[in-house]
Design a protein around this ligand. Structure first.
Ligand SMILES: [Zn+2]
Length: 247
């Protein structure tokens, strides 16, 4: 994603385990019926929609999401990229944040979805309508549902090897600043506060992606072990690595 690299070659990671782990066909997240079905379960939407001022994270990458759910704008002279749309109620906030930064929603040409959970994909359809952008998401075959077993992945036979591929990519790519779909998962607001107080390097952690990969691999292995022992998926759902991918 060339738009994510600034002129000094730094690469921003937005929960890349979710993005790079899956090599499946593109799917329109906004049409995902399971994702939409989660609307009825959105007991935390008010929390997810709590406003937050937009701001620059680094280079051409901006936070335009809410206080609890990420929406990332990557600006480019050939059209902007928006990653994730929050819950549906957040779409007007995201559009207002884009405008407040001086950019035009109509210049967003591509909307990406990190993963198809309602709190990250629910706002994409209204954002697509408002911007006219294309929407792309990775195949959601392994999303966190009650029936999915990583040890019997009939709907997604390559899920474990795809995760491993994602971990390998995370370990090898240049990675300076970690941004997670839920900012709390990577203490982003605390890091930004330190940066804004004068610690210019507060956002930078060159080991962050390696740590995400290690956490994800650990959680995946634990999940596989639980399934093999008959205790099922346990409480953690997908191997989210918490401080790496998201939920
Ligand atoms: Zn989430």
């Amino acid at each position: 994603m060339r738009g994510a690299a600034d002129s000094r070659g730094s690469t921003l990671v937005y929960a890349l385990a979710a993005i790079v782990a899956f090599a499946g066909p593109l799917a329109l997240a906004a049409q995902n019926p399971d994702s939409m079905a989660r609307a009825a379960e959105c007991r935390r939407c008010a929390e997810f929609n709590a406003p937050h001022a937009p701001g620059k994270i680094y280079g051409n990458t901006y936070w335009v999401g809410t206080a609890a759910v990420g929406s990332i704008l990557i600006t480019w002279d050939r059209g902007h990229i928006l990653i994730d749309g929050g819950v549906p109620e957040s779409a007007p906030r995201i559009l207002a944040n884009i405008r407040a930064l001086g950019f035009r929603p109509e210049d967003v040409k591509l909307i990406l979805n990190s993963h198809t959970h309602y709190d990250h994909a629910g706002g994409i359809e209204p954002l697509r309508r408002a911007t006219g952008a294309e929407v792309a998401a990775s195949d959601a075959a392994a999303r966190d549902d009650d029936a999915f077993l990583f040890t019997q992945p009939t709907r997604y036979p390559t899920v474990v090897s795809d995760f491993e591929h994602g971990f390998s990519v995370l370990e090898s790519i240049p990675c300076d600043i970690l941004i997670t779909p839920h900012p709390a998962a990577s203490e982003m607001w605390e890091r930004i506060a330190r940066r804004d107080a004068g610690d210019a390097a507060a956002l930078v952690n060159r080991d962050a992606c390696k740590q995400v990969a290690a956490n994800g691999r650990r959680d995946l292995n634990a999940r596989l072990a639980r399934e093999r022992s008959g205790s099922g998926k346990g409480q953690s759902g997908l191997p989210d690595g918490r401080r790496g991918t998201s939920n």
